[in-house]
Design a protein around this ligand. Sequence first.
Ligand code: ZN
Length: 352
Amino acid sequence: MLSLTTLLEFHFKLPTIMPGTVLALTLLMVFALLSTVESHAPREKWALKHLRLSYKTNISLFIINSIAMSLVSTSSLLILAERYSAKGLLNTISSPAWKAVLSFLLLDLFMYLWHKASHSADCLWMFHRVHHNDPYLNISTSFRIHFLELLITHILKALLVIVFGIEAAMVLTNEAVMTLFIMFHHTNIAFKGEKFLGYFIIVPALHRTHHSTQRSDHDSNYGAVLSLWDRLFGTLVELEPAEIGIKGSSPQDLLNLIKFGFTLHTPPSAPAINLDAMIAEAAYYKAEKRGFSPGNDLRDWLEAKSEIIALVYGDMSVKNNPTCKPQHNYFKFINLNINHKSIRDFEGGVHC
Ligand SMILES: [Zn+2]
């Protein structure tokens, strides 16, 4: 994602490739165009006061991030690209066209993997959920990014640029293309042919699923430009989310949003585990299911005991076993009584 400082660097570093002013104006015009389209024909109609709050918070964050990122401009991708482009792995390829295609694919794949990691690790999710907690998904949401997430992305991209020797022109082109696509897939619109287009690129419908409050839905569609990576790695999900944003406390004003991005969310303290009570509850449930027919009490108790112990002490295969759905929906009750292993499980709910 481009920052204001990067846009300025376009002008000073590579004036012969594309004047920074023209590129900055192009991105601004695309933003204005998509913003106008979504306000006239929104996919989901948000109340004006909510939309205003979202724009205000997201644009403020964008400005703060741009100012903060100017502090690391000396290690910018462009300088590194100019210095290392002749030394990286891609330098073995003689065709400039293939080099350009591979550079683009590498950077897009990196964005996919990095995004996936931001959903998997709790410490990275702490930053990334700032982006996800906008319940009024719109084009300005694309600029709602935690500064540290932006900084880490920048550092990792810099390593990629050094290792593969990606040329400055490709870095800039990719940044520009990525910014356009990120703005596009956050836009609150629906259009004819969107599903077909989704076979190739990440469209608003696919990214909307990614902003669902449900973890099973939002751990999907990680792509930035191409939907190829999600198809390849089996993370593509096509469904209309019931709700957008983050479950529970979700501050929308700038100050609290910044605080939110530095708070590792912990679930409310769970009551102490009473294994005997849980086993008794589970055994009772089993007995009830078979109409309290006599002679099976001990078997019910032993089965309940092994399942509860496996559930509480970590054999999640019992919980995740598809057969648990019809037979053991008492897990839903029991899950309320155990400490969840991950903050994400708590936020996304448990799907048994
Ligand atoms: Zn995400």
